[in-house]
Write a protein that binds this ligand. Sequence first.
Ligand code: ZN
Length: 358
Amino acid sequence: MTEGVVEEGEPVSGRYFEPGSARAFPATMTISKDFATIRFERDGVAKCSVREIRGVGARLGSVPRRIELEGGALFEAPADAEITVGPGRASPMLARVFRLESSWRTVAILVVATSVLVAVIFRYGMPVMANVAARVTPAPISAIMDAGTLETVDRTLFSATELSAAEQRDLTERFTTLAPHADTGSRDLVLLFRSSPLIGANAFALPGGTVIMTDELIAVARDDDEIDGVLAHEIAHVEARHTLQTIYRAAGLAIMVGVIAGDSGQMVDTLLSQAAALQQLSYSRAFEIEADLRSVELMLAAGEGRNPLAFIDLLDRLVEEMAPGASEQEEGFFSTHPGNPNRRETVLQHARSLGWDG
Ligand SMILES: [Zn+2]
């Protein structure tokens, strides 16, 4: 197609829409040198100078091609219609667009480029969106999510703790020496104990500040520092809103846009169904490293003499106890808190950089 040349064609059958109307008239369109002539039902004739044709829809699969005409009228032709409207006196830019739209190869390239773009948005954009959504989620919404999740998991995964009242009091006291060093805004940190042979040794951080620790995890611990280290790790997840971010990433873009736009109330139901899958909600390794490092900081801030590496000892013991080829559910803590091979080294280096010399 040469710029400025309009190819004349046979009449093309299609449908004509008058400006601003959704009513379609069966019609034919003939393109001559200067005009597109549309003849429709009851001898109606609409003429439109070719230079006023604003766009010809690209040929895309079986999608009808739409030709925008002067004043907002529309002619819709079958997908396979031969329409070659030259750019007329349109700008060279528009001419290029016409040529682009008519090329299948270009369409294929655009499809690939779009896929790459979407992949990039998911890889880099989703985490950013999830972070923003997590930060704008009001504390009362997080609290509702905690209550809803707890109600569900207490029915499905957990049973009452078998710890004595004295044990619970002691652990709660230790938890409250760590909690004030974290900045969780208006979300209150609360520690709950549950038993769960199904889940095994694990701990959970809910979005609103509820931390749940299983009896099974406590049973594996050899000293208080090991437990405190895990609790500090969970507090770090709450502080950095890792659970919310993980839920949002799983829930998808539409939910996040709603939350960011201020519709979080309506999203609670959807989010709850995500949060209820607590034991399947696995943090990213990046979140795990962040929580590990923050755990060290909280342990050191909570008082001298604490061993910020103790929880790594506990985790190592859990790995040893893990049956070879254990399923994800049997992996307990690691199913929701995936480790990395350098976990101990990373934690040790951070503790040393903060002046720990144990
Ligand atoms: Zn974790």
